[in-house]
Design a protein around this ligand. Structure first.
Ligand SMILES: Nc1ncnc2c1ncn2[C@@H]1O[C@H](COP(=O)(O)OP(=O)(O)OP(=O)(O)O)[C@@H](O)[C@H]1O
Ligand SMILES: [Mg+2]
Length: 237
């Protein structure tokens, strides 16, 4: 396994928002994390990244327990993160934003597969055309592309992506979906938080559905397909 999250307990003050949360992601696999609002999906990603400190449990990444590491160390270990709010640098250009992504990541000198600006542009052609534009002037879809492209510049082996299609027009939703499919094909594993069930089921091999603070269902896409009762109980459909 590439990532093994085991029995995480995370609190915000007295509020116990992850109660024994566990999941795994294999090398090159795309795994979706679903569930209604406020169940703890983003907190699960933040607990992996060290942005929320789990009180107990382990986050094994390539066999090393990174739970409680500061975020920059988790990034350096090889995990990329695209937060829900994207966090594009508004006053920096597309190129400058991409260069920022190179700093935090894994140093991969001499790796022929290392991500470069050119390679990001091949995957996200609209960004190439806007390379001199300031982040603030990009459309929602372009910002999402830039956020994903920037995290790829750190050469992650695992990418955590929080709701990449949220708030996008239908055409852009399928564009972002196709981009993630492309990235998957390069061998990067993805842990995807997604409200759009169709997008999640088309990208992921396996899915987890959270109920309040823990996993309610885990299975393959085929297994979830056969469980309309689970979808009705734990997702908004
Ligand atoms: N910084 C915070 N301080 C206190 N409580 C928080 C904080 N962030 C989230 N919470 C609470 O923790 C619980 C889990 O939130 P989380 O953001 O992980 O849910 P989510 O599944 O990602 O929801 P959504 O689908 O709305 O993004 C919620 O009850 C939320 O209100
Ligand atoms: Mg969330």
């Amino acid at each position: 396994m590439l990532l093994e999250v085991k029995d995480l307990n995370t609190y915000y003050g007295y509020s116990h928002v992850l109660q024994g949360m566990s999941l795994t992601v294999d090398h090159g696999e795309c795994v979706a994390l679903l569930g209604r609002n406020g169940m703890g999906k983003s907190t699960t990603l933040k607990s992996i990244m060290g942005l929320a400190k789990p009180r107990s449990g382990t986050v094994l990444y390539k066999g090393e327990d990174v739970a409680g590491y500061p975020p920059y160390k988790v990034v350096r270990a090889g995990i990329g993160y695209v937060p829900e709010e994207r966090r594009i640098f508004a006053t920096l250009s597309v190129l400058e934003n991409l260069a920022m992504g190179m700093k935090g990541g894994k140093i991969d000198k001499g790796n022929p597969d290392a991500w470069t600006v050119e390679r990001v542009f091949e995957h996200f052609p609209p960004l190439k055309e806007r390379q001199g534009s300031k982040g603030a002037l990009l459309s929602g879809g372009e910002q999402q592309m830039l956020a994903i492209g920037r995290s790829l510049m750190g050469n992650p082996e695992l990418l955590l992506v929080d709701e990449p299609t949220e708030g996008l027009a239908p055409l852009l939703v399928s564009e972002v979906r196709d981009m993630l499919e492309d990235i998957k094909k390069t061998g990067v594993a993805i842990l995807l938080v997604e409200h759009n069930l169709r997008v999640a089921m088309s990208l992921a091999q396996r899915l987890y559905i959270m109920k309040k603070a823990e996993v309610a269902f885990a299975g393959t896409v085929k297994e979830l397909d056969a469980r309309p009762d689970v979808r009705e109980k734990y997702l908004e459909v």
